[in-house]
Design a protein around this ligand. Structure first.
Ligand code: CP
Length: 349
């Protein structure tokens, strides 16, 4: 019997590139990222060693709390053969005013990448990480800023492809505001989703109450990307319109752009008017029977979503959260490795 032909293997290297928003990466580059993430997922599940970053150090700098992001990066860098330093901004000299320039130059002289979460104050986080990147000798990775959460949206795209196939053209996706009393959540997840998904042909409907506008430049990017990518993008003022016949629903809360930085409690005060913006079984019935319910987590159970929905058969939130590990590893491997990373093409659906 002739031997089975070996599966095609490709190699990729994005060494030294910053990962700040998905806007700076082409569709083809994002396809490679997702193929590498799928390959790393297969290797992780099969307990196949994949130490692409031996002895490398990534600094993980947080201005905000985290469960998934911190732990996917820490576990991920360990599995890649390196080490992550967990840093909180309040325990660093940045809290005494040390500049982004000095922080970038010094941390990058000690290690191989700097990852930053700085997401709560509109106008600050993205600018801060770009200033670090301007001076750092190593790649800078955005673990969530005020504009984008590219690690989350890449994992979301991977999850949609795994569940619905690689061709996502004409899938209808509802990105909706939902009520949450816990805290004024950043705007960067919905902004990142509306910018990214239309590039892959999806028909995205954004729904929110009037006080919860997203940054105009991200809405403009969504419109531009839809026109270029063959997808569609429009805005509705109610959840029902967004949910009707949807293939994917991503309802989550976010704060008010104008007051989020100075007074986050104002977002929560206004939100009380919209406590009926919840993803429940009735609204899920408006969507297609096989609709995917997604949420980046943490979810405000009983407010953003009922237990029945998030624990129900349409929910893919744990697969989505798991994919944060595989995509974080792909981002680190491709931007930090000095030698090309091998992968099998055609992953993620
Ligand atoms: N989705 C997400 O970024 O989760 P964490 O805030 O827990 O990192």
């Amino acid at each position: 019997m002739p031997a089975e032909p070996a599966a095609e293997i490709r190699q990729a290297l994005f060494n030294g590139r910053d990962w700040i928003t998905t806007e700076e990466w082409t569709d083809a580059e994002l396809d490679v990222m997702l193929d590498v993430a799928s390959d790393l997922k297969r290797k992780f599940k099969g307990r196949v060693a994949h130490r692409y970053l031996p002895d490398q150090t990534i600094f993980l700098m947080f201005f905000d709390k985290s469960t998934r992001t911190r732990n996917s990066f820490e576990a991920g860098i360990t599995q890649l053969g390196g080490h992550g330093h967990f840093l909180t901004a309040d325990a660093m000299q940045v809290s005494h005013g040390e500049s982004a320039k000095d922080t970038g130059i010094i941390l990058s002289s000690y290690g191989h990448a700097i990852a930053i979460r700085h997401d709560l104050i509109p106008g600050e986080g993205n600018a801060y990480m770009r200033e670090v990147a301007r001076w750092a000798e190593a790649p800078v990775i955005n673990m969530q800023c005020d504009i984008d959460h590219p690690c989350q949206t890449l994992a979301d795209l991977m999850t949609i492809r795994e569940k619905r196939g690689r061709s996502t053209r004409a899938l209808k996706v509802a990105v909706s505001w939902a009520y949450a009393p816990s805290y004024a959540k950043p705007l960067s997840v919905p902004q990142g989703l509306i910018m990214l998904l239309p590039r892959f042909g999806m028909d995205v409907v954004l729904a929110h109450p009037p006080e919860y506008n997203l940054m105009p430049e991200t809405v403009a990017a969504a419109e531009r990307n839809a026109a270029r990518g063959g997808g569609r993008f429009r805005i509705a003022d109610n959840m029902e319109e967004a949910f009707r016949d949807a293939d994917v629903v991503i309802p989550k809360s976010w704060g008010c752009l104008d007051t989020m930085g100075a007074d986050p409690s104002e977002s929560l005060r206004i939100a009380k008017k919209y406590a009926h913006w919840i993803c429940d079984a009735g609204r899920m019935k408006l969507a297609r029977p096989d609709v995917l319910y997604m949420h980046p987590l943490p979810a405000d159970r009983g407010n953003e979503v009922t237990d029945e929905v998030i624990d129900g058969p349409n929910s893919v939130v744990y697969a989505e959260a798991e994919n944060r590990l595989h995509t974080a590893k792909a981002i680190m491997a491709l931007t930090m490795a000095e030698q090309a990373v091998e992968y099998q093409p055609g992953g993620a659906g």
